[in-house]
Ligand binder design. Structure first.
Ligand code: ADP
Ligand code: ADP
Length: 226
């Protein structure tokens, strides 16, 4: 686990107005930070710069005390949970969770230990031999988180993970993500355009507008002072 320090980050695509314009946010170790704002405000670009999928035009990015501006995604030790969960349909839940460990050539005993620990945390023990196609949306989400947990990443990054779900499941998953984040105590950055998610999930909320950080406050402070 680690803090994430975002200092004066800028992203320019071509000559236009910067997509991310001098944004600074210090995310504490274990903190749940929401990035919220309307479509096009730069929140995905900021998340993609953190995970390393987008080059940084200027500014500094640190994970813990390591400056990671020029590190490849694989060397940043972060776990991104995508909207579509990116599970492998032909693999069991067990093998989906184990996947990063297989890539890292861990031995079977260690794979087994880490997968079973993650499955216990996520209450997936009974589903390990099933395939993703037979799971509910909520269960699939937990498998995706399991894959992130076994990698022992320093932080979770979520890009609108609930936007394809219906309202009822979205509500359940909000509760679930919030509970798991507290249980794991893992630093989390969560992108959404949904006000309810922004006001109920995080410890703090960063509000972006046209690439600029407009507000950085707890949900309570935002509620009292919109
Ligand atoms: P959000 O996630 O808040 O919807 P984005 O970060 O996707 O916003 O986009 C921020 C701005 O950057 C938008 O104006 C978008 O059009 C622009 N943008 C995003 N990706 C690219 C790209 N690959 N090339 C050019 N402009 C881009
Ligand atoms: P390979 O190591 O064979 O290129 P991948 O392309 O799947 O395998 O992953 C490359 C590296 O990117 C991994 O070693 C891992 O550190 C990182 N990585 C993989 N998936 C994610 C993810 N969801 N979020 C963040 N980093 C990831």
């Amino acid at each position: 686990m680690a803090s994430i320090s975002i200092q004066h980050l800028v992203k320019k695509y071509g000559d236009g107005f910067p997509a991310v314009n001098d944004v600074s946010i210090d995310i504490a170790d274990g903190e749940f930070m929401i990035l919220v704002g309307p479509s096009g405000c730069g929140k995905s670009t900021l998340l993609r710069m953190i995970v390393g999928l987008e080059d940084i035009s200027s500014g500094d990015l640190k994970i813990g005390d390591r400056r990671v501006n020029d590190l490849a995604p694989r060397d940043r030790n972060l776990a991104m949970v995508f909207q579509n969960y990116a599970l492998y349909p032909h693999l069991t839940v067990y093998e989906n969770i184990a996947f990063p460990l297989r890539l890292a050539k861990k031995d079977n005993a260690e794979v087994d230990k880490l997968v079973k620990e993650a499955a216990a945390t996520l209450e997936l023990e009974e589903h390990l031999q099933r395939k993703p196609g037979n799971l509910s949306g909520g269960q699939r989400q937990r498998v995706a988180m399991g894959r992130a947990i076994v990698r022992q990443a320093d932080a979770f990054l979520f890009d609108e993970p609930l936007s394809n779900l219906d309202a009822k499941l979205r509500g359940q998953m909000r509760t679930e993500i919030s509970r798991l984040q507290k249980k794991l105590g893992i630093t989390t950055v969560y992108v959404t355009h949904d006000q309810t998610e922004a006001m109920t999930l995080g410890d703090r909320v960063a509000v972006l507008k046209r690439g600029i950080l407009q507000q950085l406050a707890t949900p309570r402070e935002l509620y009292d002072n919109p």
